[in-house]
Design a protein around this ligand. Structure first.
Ligand code: PMV
Length: 317
């Protein structure tokens, strides 16, 4: 018996970094997924394989997750260990991951993998509800990223557009917008925690300026919420460029990102960093009228692909 589940990656449309200081961010899941396939093994081992590598542990050592050589695999063994323990199982488990989401560039691949693996492994025993999956997936991801807010896992599990802020948590944005984005990868690897630290230093040295930028970001997010309701692409694009300008002022853009944004805005409605910045990806908002031209231009200088908002979230097959 095979248990198959898949979960989408995500982009942040507005509010990254400022969200750390209490401001609302808007994010959505995208139609690029990670699929996890699990099955029981006769051997008493858990084996995880993905395009990034393969790792295995025997059932007796699952309580010592520190021994895993590939750190990014720790959440998957955690999920397997919990499921085996809770179901008093004596079987081994094989987990195979297949991904359409580039790793390490702010597109939520790690959370999507945790969600898909949680649903797939537990599906071998009893299917979990989405609420149960997201809870367990966040615990799993915290084995490698303790301060993880859970935003990525939530949007990956439930799908669609959401807002998030520290006080109110997640709120579904009841919209069925069919937005089209081009995601361009700067190929500059970033470390989210380092960049968040860098922004904190900037804030501490420039308190007044940072306060002003926060006010501007609040305004951008407010106007974006209206523009999303109205499906106003011109307005959304211009707000993305304003948001990009704020991200540049807090020091997280790079020359490559600036170049990508400059190129994108020649034809797209707007473009900005998505996620931590300091490299990673930019998103450009397009529709059928400017998609081809924007793709042609961006392809000359980066790896890029089209993405739409995903409204399904976690699915079982
Ligand atoms: O690069 P990502 O997708 O991990 O996004 C980081 C978003 C930040 O706002 C920079 C940090 C955070 O925890 O919200």
């Amino acid at each position: 018996m095979k248990s198959v589940a898949s979960a989408p990656g995500k982009i942040i449309l507005f509010g990254e970094h400022f969200v750390v200081y209490g401001i609302k961010a808007i994010l959505c899941s995208i139609d690029k997924r990670i699929t996890a396939t699990s099955q029981f093994l006769d051997e008493k081992i858990v084996r995880v394989s993905s395009s990034l590598g393969e790792s295995e542990m025997d059932l007796n050592s699952l309580n010592n997750l520190e021994k895993i050589p590939q750190k990014f695999m720790k959440p998957f063994f955690y999920v397997a260990q919990k499921a085996i323990e809770e179901n008093s199982s004596e079987h081994g488990i094989e987990i195979i991951l297949e991904s359409q989401i580039p790793a390490g560039v702010g597109l939520g691949s790690s959370s999507a993998a945790c969600v898909a693996v949680t649903a797939s492994v537990n599906g071998l025993f009893n299917k979990l509800s989405k609420e149960e999956v997201v809870k367990r997936a966040i615990q799993a991801e915290r084995t490698i990223f303790e301060q993880n807010s859970g935003a990525d896992s939530s949007v990956s599990t439930f799908g669609g557009l959401m807002s998030y802020d520290l006080k109110n948590g997640f709120q579904d944005i009841p919209s069925r917008n069919n937005l089209n984005f081009i995601i361009s990868n700067s190929a500059q690897i970033h470390d989210t925690q380092d960049i968040v630290r860098q922004v904190r230093n900037f804030k501490e040295k420039n308190e007044d300026m940072f306060r002003k930028l926060c006010k501007q970001e609040i305004e951008i997010v407010k106007n974006a919420t209206t523009a999303l309701k109205d499906n106003n692409l011109n307005e959304l694009g211009s707000l993305m460029l304003k948001n990009q300008d704020l991200l540049k002022q807090i020091g997280i853009s790079t020359e490559k990102i600036d170049l990508l944004v400059r190129e994108a805005k020649k034809t797209a409605y707007g473009a900005k960093i998505t996620g931590a910045g300091g490299g990673g990806c930019i998103i450009s908002l397009v529709d059928n009228s400017n998609m081809g031209d924007t793709l042609d231009n961006l392809r000359k200088i980066s790896d890029c692909f089209l993405a739409k908002i995903d409204y399904n979230g976690l699915t079982y097959r």
